[in-house]
Design a protein around this ligand. Structure first.
Ligand code: SF4
Length: 172
């Protein structure tokens, strides 16, 4: 059976931090806000490519399938190493962004998260255990949906965008 997270590493990474997390629908956000988020993301994709090319990297693709999803930017370093970059429109890199980038990691390549003011590369020692735990928690959420939906784990970066009004930690 295909995982419910296939193509949705962004949700897999958030559920790994709080299994009960359920995002507010994107369409419920004001149109002006969505437009600006989308523009910041798009600008940062192109800025990231421009910076990499200036550093001597070869541009390969945008939105290319990798691991269990599609990574924003794919480049190749001067020594031939594949680098996959998850690009964000937020100023800083969040924990869920770092976990999302790990969902794109494949043996022998490098993953990076590029936010507007910060670039973070998960270290080698962190990638493998994080991958295993992401998969184990995804399996838990899939096999035990009722228990998972009651597994509230307050996460400051997620709670403000969570729709679970029945959660005892939701202060809205
Ligand atoms: S409000 Fe926070 S703790 Fe509650 S389900 Fe959402 S993310 Fe989890």
């Amino acid at each position: 059976m295909m995982s419910r997270y296939a193509g949705r590493p962004w949700l897999k990474s958030r559920k790994a931090l709080c299994p009960a997390y359920t995002p507010n629908s994107y369409e419920s956000q004001p149109r002006e806000l969505r437009l600006q988020w989308e523009l910041l993301h798009r600008l940062n994709v192109n800025r990231t490519i421009a910076r990499k090319v200036a550093e001597g990297y070869k541009f390969v693709s945008v939105e290319r399938k990798s691991g269990s999803g599609r990574v924003d930017v794919w480049v190749q370093s001067p020594n031939g190493m594949t680098e996959k970059i998850e690009v964000k429109g937020s100023r800083q890199v969040k924990g869920s962004h770092l976990l999302q980038s790990i969902c794109y990691h494949e043996k022998g390549d490098k993953v990076i998260v590029a936010a507007v003011d910060e670039i973070v590369e998960p270290e080698e020692w962190f990638i493998e255990p994080a991958k295993v735990m992401l998969d184990e928690i995804a399996d838990f959420v899939e096999r035990f949906p009722d228990e998972a939906s009651r597994t509230y784990n307050p996460t400051p970066e997620l709670c403000p965008s969570c729709s679970r009004t029945d959660c005892p930690h939701n202060k809205r």
